[in-house]
Design a protein around this ligand. Structure first.
Ligand SMILES: NC(=O)c1ccc[n+]([C@@H]2O[C@H](COP(=O)([O-])OP(=O)(O)OC[C@H]3O[C@@H](n4cnc5c(N)ncnc54)[C@H](O)[C@@H]3O)[C@@H](O)[C@H]2O)c1
Length: 296
């Protein structure tokens, strides 16, 4: 089970004076603080046993890392993607953790595929507690005037229409169950403009707005809907952006104030936390996981 706070409990234990110090009362005070802190920590342990997570784009990159992280936390996972072989690899990683993995081949931009994938998840895994609507494409790099209309439509369809469709079919199951948590995958391109990426940037800004709207619509019914906005994450998408060359990777890394790309697992950690009870009061929010990219 994941406990992002566990290390803090240990740190609190270590902070105290040892028994050989002059002031034993002082030590006991620290020990008591540490025990209180430990019980806070225990209360925050992320335990998704008996729960079901639905992850799109789970055959690669951030989606795979999140699907595996859900399984590490104890959930069974629907692995949804157009890429069958990548989905099988993800499913194997989940099964090694002793959890069920259901592979559903679906193009998330298609109404029928998405409805079927979600219904299949509930039919085969029994319920739907968490969804990470993550599948996305970068599209062509071209300024607005030069971007072909069909390229615009494709990116908006895969990145934004998919989020609408996913929530449209996920939420009714969560309403029937009495609650749930959804995380949509936006981007720092959902928070600031990116010259040369008009469709991608518009689609990710759209996700931020849609996330806020859906959160307001279902907050009273105990469904929390948030988004993550990753910065530069070391995945096949970034390999394509960078051209897979060292200078290309350096140019991507140089965009990041933190001075490095993130591992996909670092985004997965934020997704898991947003789905957990630790984030019980977080709703309608887009969490930048970006090494301070948008802090400038
Ligand atoms: N990598 C980054 O730096 C970065 C930064 C910000 C946001 N993001 C977002 O994170 C998400 C995941 O990206 P990634 O970096 O892991 O990329 P990736 O290319 O490694 O993975 C994307 C996955 O989505 C799947 N997919 C694509 N179109 C699909 C469709 N129509 N239906 C179903 N599945 C489809 C792909 O097959 C692939 O498995 C995307 O939404 C992306 O925009 C990535």
């Amino acid at each position: 089970m994941r406990s992002p706070f566990a290390f803090a409990g240990i740190a609190a234990m270590d902070r105290g004076h040892g028994p050989d110090t002059k002031n034993r009362f002082h030590y006991l005070g620290h020990l008591r603080d540490a025990i209180v802190w430990r019980s806070i920590v225990t209360a925050n342990v992320i335990n998704f046993a008996g729960k079901v997570a639905y992850v799109t784009g789970a055959a690669s990159g951030i989606g795979r890392a999140a699907a595996v992280a859900f399984a590490e936390a104890g959930a069974d996972v629907a692995v949804v993607d157009v890429n069958q072989s990548g989905a099988e690899e993800t499913a194997q990683q989940i099964q090694k953790l002793g959890r069920h993995a259901l592979i559903v081949r679906a193009d998330v931009s298609r109404d029928e595929d998405t409805r079927h994938a979600i219904d299949e998840t509930v039919a085969k895994l029994g319920r739907l507690d968490y969804a990470f609507n993550n599948a996305g494409i970068e599209g062509k790099n071209a300024p607005t005037v030069d971007l072909a209309v069909e390229d615009w439509d494709r990116v908006i369809s895969v990145n934004l229409r998919s989020i609408f469709l996913s929530m449209k079919y996920e939420i009714p199951h969560m309403l029937r169950q009495g609650g749930g948590a959804i995380v949509n995958c936006a981007s720092v391109a959902g928070l600031v403009g990116f010259a040369g990426l008009p469709a991608y940037t518009a689609s990710k800004h759209g996700i931020v707005g849609l996330t806020k709207t859906a959160a307001l619509e279902y907050v009273a019914q105990k469904i929390r809907i948030n988004a993550v906005a990753p910065g530069v994450i070391d995945t096949p998408m970034i390999e394509r952006f960078s051209g897979g060359t060292e200078p290309g990777r350096k140019a991507m890394t140089d965009l990041e104030p933190i001075g490095r790309m993130a591992k996909p697992e670092e985004v997965a950690n934020a997704v898991i936390w947003l789905c957990s009870d630790g984030a019980s009061y977080v709703n309608g929010y887009t969490l930048a996981v970006d090494g301070a990219f948008v802090a400038r």
